[in-house]
Design a protein around this ligand. Structure first.
Ligand code: DOR
Length: 474
């Protein structure tokens, strides 16, 4: 007699292309069958998803758990619990840890360190530090980094590898922002791997000049911050990156896009057939500068949240497929660290647990279809980073990762209930309709009705291909 590990019955399955009723049978941690027939055999865990939607497991491709490093803000145990609580089955951890993921040995140590803590599956980003680690790029590729990250426009502390949120030229013990020639070389090196070269995009030179000017006249409002760190800082970097991608052939990915003009430039590059992709985050979709008076310093992020017109263009990019996916840029800091002048406090906010609820709420509000949500949170990132069809895919043979969603469930985001260490969120009290109610990682329920039911089951995911350039609506 056959025995199934799991069945999810009576649910409505959502993929990027369609929505249909069927039952899912799981065997050996993989999807074994998707069918309306009743298959014979015992079932270990039988899940009734009547009235619910079953998505291919949602993922968050952009999180900073700061582990090892400043773990008083967050660690991987907490961030992956928060991920599961928020309906995510896979996360990609950013490489600016201490030590950073800058060579094969540190890839291995990070794999081991995070593997013992992970409640969901995880990929590891590799860092590009110019001449400091260029010889390690091929090894990092061979090890299975998910992609390469370059903090364009950031200075990095030379010993702790922490980002300098308030860098000034002349500071000691700092790896200063890299010049364009070195960026070009990084792109050439990553192009040889076929993997994605993803950038934080801000022009530090311009930021230095404009910020000094605003600081000299004592500017301290949110509009002053935006004057010192304007859309132009991102746009210049995106434009340079697109032209360098054209020259080097690298797959160029713009992280957390914040400016409408950047979206327009990327759309044009995509129309020309260049391998350019872009993601955004909920804070650029649901917040704008006008919200600062209400939300306060919690919403300070880099690149900063900009104006309504930027937000509208980013939504157009979601609608027409210019934007491949949505992720959180989860970057917690403590309450104390976030108290202070707008200039001096660090940038970043919690986001991992609120990513899926905010996007599902957008579905409820009619701003997004269920299919588009499946593309943005599962299918597209899996294809872009070369982990499909293992992840983000609803078909036999794929990992049995599911996010079960109750689109009728209403509630509010409660900061105190978040599972992260530092729980600072801009969305405290934000009403949500459409919540993940069950998170299943490779056939094991990790979260049910908001409660963690198993922990520590996550494992490393390595790309099986270099991935595809994902844009447009399929
Ligand atoms: O606001 C941000 N915080 N932007 C980043 O690029 C990094 C992040 C962090 O790690 O704090």
């Amino acid at each position: 007699m056959l025995a199934w590990q799991q069945r999810i019955k009576n649910g409505t399955i959502v993929t990027g292309k369609e929505t249909y009723q069927a039952d899912i049978y799981v065997q050996d941690d993989k999807i074994a069958a998707i069918t309306t027939e009743k298959l014979p055999g015992e079932i270990d865990e039988d899940i009734d998803a009547s009235g619910k939607h079953v998505f291919p497991g949602f993922m968050d491709t952009h999180i900073h758990s700061r582990d090892p490093g400043p773990t008083h803000k967050e660690d991987f145990t907490h961030s992956t619990r928060a991920a599961a609580a928020g309906g995510l089955t896979t996360v990609f951890e950013m490489p600016n840890t201490n030590p950073p993921v800058n060579d094969a040995a540190h890839f291995d140590s990070q794999h081991e360190h995070l593997g013992t803590q992970a409640s969901v599956d995880f990929g590891l980003w590799g860092i590009c530090l110019g001449h400091l680690n260029e010889e390690h790029i091929p090894d990092l590729h061979d090890k299975g980094v998910i992609a390469f990250k370059f903090f364009w426009g950031y200075a990095v502390h030379a010993e702790t590898y922490q980002l300098m949120y308030n860098y000034k030229p002349g500071m000691e013990n700092v790896i200063p922002p890299f010049h364009d020639g070195e960026v070009y070389k990084m792109m050439e090196n990553v192009a040889k791997t076929g993997q994605v070269f993803a950038v934080h995009a801000e022009n530090n030179d311009l930021i230095q000049t404009l910020t000094s000017r605003v600081e000299e006249r004592g500017g301290s409002t949110y509009e002053d911050l935006l004057e010192g760190r304007p859309a132009l800082a991102e746009v210049l970097t995106v434009q340079t990156g697109i032209q360098m991608a054209r020259a080097t052939g690298v797959r160029f990915h713009v992280l957390h896009v914040s400016a409408g003009e950047s979206v327009r430039l990327i759309r044009k590059a995509q129309q020309e057939g260049l391998p350019v992709t872009v993601e955004t985050c909920p804070h650029f979709l649901f917040l704008s500068a006008e919200d600062f008076d209400r939300v306060g310093p919690k919403m300070k992020v880099y690149p900063p949240v900009k104006h309504k017109s930027d937000q509208e263009e980013i939504w157009r990019g979601i609608a027409d497929g210019t934007i491949s996916h949505v992720c959180s840029d989860h970057a917690p800091h403590t309450q104390d660290e976030k108290d202070g002048s707008l200039w001096s406090i660090p940038a970043g906010m919690c986001g991992i647990e609120t990513l899926a609820p905010l996007m599902l709420n957008a579905v409820s509000e009619g701003r997004l279809s269920l299919q588009r949500a499946a593309q943005l949170l599962s299918e597209n990132p899996a294809r872009l980073f070369g982990i499909a069809p293992q992840k983000g895919t609803m078909q036999p043979g794929s990992d049995a990762d599911f996010t079960i969603v109750d689109m009728d469930k209403e509630g509010t985001i409660q900061q105190d209930n978040l599972h992260s260490k530092s729980k600072m969120t801009a969305y405290d009290g934000f009403p949500i309709k459409g919540w993940p109610v069950q998170t299943i990682v490779r056939g094991r329920t990790v979260m049910k009705d908001g409660e963690m039911v198993s922990e520590g089951h996550g494992t490393l995911i390595q790309p099986t291909s270099t991935g595809q350039t994902v844009h447009g609506i399929s």
